[in-house]
Design a protein around this ligand. Structure first.
Ligand code: RTP
Ligand code: MG
Length: 141
């Protein structure tokens, strides 16, 4: 299987709950290596740019408001099948529908405050990683 990279964000609700380490443990114990990381307090413009694909969706304003409500932890995860693996670890968007044992089932409280973001395809992973990290800030191996 291919070694991939994916962009992960620990959202303001989870940072505020002091569970960055618990979420990192899930990545690490499932074969995903953190190869870049930083804490960021997104501006409105940065959040709008990051979620630009959702600009026309009814939840867009709420999403931007939430993502700018406190600092987030942004990381690049690397490993076999990293994009799908991270999405599996995260669970469904709505924590009420997320499978038991997933990050969202265990730590998220609502579809807005749903603890984590993960890229959903190789194309979005490439764009999202470049949105936050120049290649000189990604440390593989
Ligand atoms: P994410 O992009 O954050 O990893 O989440 P996702 O792929 O599971 O969900 P997506 O469809 O990309 O939606 C992005 C974020 O918008 C919020 N959302 N709210 N109220 C709603 O119906 C609704 N739908 C989506 C969620 O916070 C979701 O994570
Ligand atoms: Mg998404």
């Amino acid at each position: 299987m291919a070694i991939e990279r994916t962009l992960s964000i620990i959202k303001p609700d989870a940072v505020n709950k002091n569970i960055i380490g618990k979420i990192y443990s899930r990545f690490e114990s499932n074969g995903l290596k953190i190869v870049a990381a930083k804490m960021v307090y997104l501006s409105e413009r940065e959040a709008e740019g990051f979620y630009a694909v959702h600009r026309e969706r009814p939840f867009f304003r709420d999403l931007v408001k939430f993502m700018t409500s406190g600092p987030v932890m942004v990381q690049v995860l690397e490993g076999e099948n990293a994009i799908a693996k991270n999405r599996d670890l995260m669970g469904a968007t709505d924590p009420k529908k997320a499978a038991p044992g997933t990050i969202r089932a265990d730590f998220a409280s609502s579809i807005d405050a749903n603890a984590v973001h993960g890229s959903d395809s190789p194309e979005t992973a490439a764009v999202e990683i470049a949105y936050f990290f120049p290649s000189s800030e990604i440390y593989s191996r």
